[in-house]
Write a protein that binds this ligand. Structure first.
Ligand SMILES: Nc1ncnc2c1ncn2[C@@H]1O[C@H](COP(=O)(O)OP(=O)(O)OP(=O)(O)O)[C@@H](O)[C@H]1O
Ligand SMILES: [Mg+2]
Length: 634
């Protein structure tokens, strides 16, 4: 079902990439140029740290280059054109609790056109799974550092399978064979080879020391050393090229190893020689950009003399020159829409909003349920509930027990303010690279993802807080359904808002530690300055309780519970606690007095409105931060 591409040419021209490192400019890539057409496999070879991943990131738009040009059929490779590009990253990133087949089905549902029937999607999955030999692990979970799942090689093949399912026109692969045994590496390369040769995809792959058999699959090579391009051209010309510079690959020696030895040299004079030779090569090509084909031929005849390349190589070298020179827009198609040139109608999104939401929510729910099934959070909640039942069993609601009631509810509300935020903050680092990768490839609308995150917290939201709250109410003997249900709704709303708070902090803060520190600082000051247990909060700090997420649900819950306490004569209370009893000991203490003494004086309906407002505000803030904060993996 793969779409066959008609004609594509990707050109990278004089691309420089610099970063600021400790206040100084650091060059990562220095004027890299090459071009590649569909149906070809271009391999980027170079020692570690030479800039291979960076180059792929620049092409895929994950990073922005400092200067230069990257074009597709002469058009700047922009966000829209990049939707036809897929990148298999060096690190494999997935949702850990899904099985491989669930992961593939998710990709198929969200990335394949909605017109594709379920059986067609399944057929496509089966074909890719078979060609990558993944059949036996289809029902294995992906796994993470806590749960063992797919092996490293299987994960790598799973990454490739997911990208192939999207039927990209351009396939970028970052070290698809690293760390794999030779058979698996060959299987992967065969599959990539088929994509290029049979389905006419444009393939660019970085690779570390390929076996000789794999090396011969490459049509074109880009050799990188320390950010400099030392060779760019057809792979069959690379050995003659270096031979002319005085380096001969002995017969029987793996050409890839030979090239890696050259690229890894630390001899300054040799490095300079390679760089200046490669540079003159590039300058010559670009300065001849507007000359006629004949002139080009003459030029390359000179080059041929200079390099003394055999006659049999001349024709293909001339052909190669044309490819590397013709980087300006194609006159026939230059101003047209490339999607139409390729005969493919492509909307901005492959699937509609609801399909995206359904697939994302389904994946999110599976992930949440998978984590719940591990049982850690449930065990923690069970231990807390058992301990509380031992301490607070059937204390009931009265003036004498009001302090205990406040203590238990303080604990409950505090727990379900902290736990939801912390659950999201601790799980987001693993999800973040997946989301960044999927969003970078334009897989779905942000709004669909955002709404799905609100759905996928439902198991966490409904199972534990509800069971725990109902048990606490029953254990304490705090009232009937009239008190239980409104309090439960408010506490669920609170937990929902705090999942949002966790999402907001995870995206806003640059790393996990910063998010946790911010959450702790905020919650501790909320607990401390809420005024419930301390009457000595300085006046200038009193406002803090009004921006505390903890204050309102706690105040609402105890208001409902304490409203059941009958009025009691002042002389049966600790008179000092109530100013009105100090003046007249024959008065009665009401539930309002008890609440006021605990700093709670807002009517429940006002608290309810405030909680609704801040829940909406937090959710809006987390959406905005997701939309506007530029998140990159690098
Ligand atoms: N954000 C950054 N800050 C500092 N240095 C960086 C940054 N990003 C990349 N580099 C440096 O850029 C160089 C190229 O990195 P890159 O990841 O592209 O190398 P690579 O060729 O893919 O290496 P490997 O084969 O190990 O994957 C490295 O020296 C790396 O340390
Ligand atoms: Mg790399």
């Amino acid at each position: 079902m793969c779409t066959e591409v008609k004609h594509l040419e990707l050109a990278v021209k004089e691309v420089f990439f610099k970063i600021k490192d400790k206040g100084k400019d650091k060059s990562i890539l220095n004027g890299v140029s090459f071009s590649v057409k569909n149906g070809e496999i271009l391999a980027i070879l170079g020692p570690t740290g030479s800039g291979k991943t960076t180059l792929l990131n620049l092409i895929s738009g994950r990073q922005k280059f400092t200067s230069g040009k990257i074009t597709l059929n002469g058009q700047t490779l922009d966000k829209r054109l990049r939707r036809r590009l897929a990148l298999v990253q060096q690190q494999d990133v997935f949702f850990s609790q899904l099985t491989l087949i669930e992961t593939l089905q998710f990709t198929a549902n969200i990335r394949m056109p909605e017109s594709t029937s379920a059986s067609q999607k399944q057929a496509e999955i089966d074909e890719i799974v078979q060609s990558l030999r993944l059949t036996k692990c289809l029902n294995t979970v992906i796994g993470d550092m806590f749960v063992k799942g797919l092996s490293g090689g299987e994960k790598k093949r799973a990454s490739i399978a997911c990208e192939l399912l999207t039927d990209p026109d351009i396939l970028l692969l970052d070290e698809p064979t690293s760390g794999l045994d030779s058979t698996t590496a060959r299987d992967i390369m065969n599959c990539i080879h088929d994509s290029a040769k049979i389905h006419k995809k444009l393939v660019i792959t970085t690779i570390h020391q390929p076996a000789s058999k794999l090396y011969h699959m490459f049509d074109r090579l880009v050799l990188l050393s320390d950010g400099y391009c030392l060779y760019n051209g057809e792979s069959k010309h690379v050995l003659p090229y270096f031979q002319q510079l005085g380096y001969t690959c002995e017969s029987g020696y793996n050409p890839a190893d030979f090239l890696m030895d050259i690229l890894s040299t630390e001899d300054e004079s040799e490095i300079n020689k390679f760089r200046s030779h490669a540079k003159s090569h590039t300058i010559e090509a670009s300065s001849n950009n507007d000359i006629t084909s004949n002139n080009r031929q003459g030029n390359w005849k000179d080059k041929k003399d200079e390099l003394k390349i055999s006659d049999s190589d001349t024709d293909s070298l001339l052909e190669e020159t044309r490819v590397s020179i013709d980087l300006q827009p194609e006159k026939t198609h230059g101003s047209g829409d490339k999607y139409l040139i390729l005969g493919r109608h492509e909307d901005r999104w492959t699937t509609g909003w609801f399909t995206q939401y359904k697939a994302l929510a389904g994946r999110g729910l599976k992930q949440s349920i998978g984590v719940l099934k591990q049982g850690y959070t449930l065990t923690q909640a069970a231990i807390v509930t058992v301990l509380c039942s031992l301490v607070y069993f059937r204390i009931g609601v009265s003036y004498e027990t009001s302090r205990d009631v406040f203590g238990l509810m303080f604990f409950y509300v505090g727990y379900w303010t902290f736990i939801p935020a912390m659950t999201v903050i601790s799980s987001y680092p693993a999800e973040r690279p997946v989301i960044i990768k999927e969003r970078a490839s334009g897989a779905y609308r942000l709004s669909a993802y955002f709404c799905s995150t609100m759905t996928s917290v439902l198991p966490d939201l409904f199972i534990q807080p509800v069971v725990m709250f109902v048990l606490f109410f029953w254990i304490g003997g705090f009232g009937g359904p009239a008190e239980l249900f409104p309090a439960l709704i408010i506490n669920l709303l609170q937990a929902f808002a705090c999942f949002g708070l966790g999402q907001f902090l995870s995206v806003l803060c640059k790393d996990l530690r910063m998010a946790i520190t911010t959450l702790f600082s905020y919650l501790i000051s909320s607990y401390l300055l809420g005024g419930f247990f301390s009457r000595n909060v300085p006046i200038w700090m009193e406002w803090i309780k009004y921006v505390s997420l903890f204050y309102y649900p706690y105040a609402y819950t105890i208001t409902l519970i304490v409203s059941g306490i009958d009025d009691i004569p002042c002389n049966q209370t600790k008179i000092d606690e109530f100013p009105k009893c100090n003046h007249n000991a024959s008065l009665f203490v009401t539930s309002e007095d008890i609440l006021e003494q605990s700093n709670v004086f807002l009517p429940p309906y006002v608290i309810f409105i405030i909680i609704l407002c801040y829940t909406a505000l937090i959710r809006l803030a987390s959406y905005l931060v997701l939309r506007f904060k530029k998140e990159t993996l690098v």
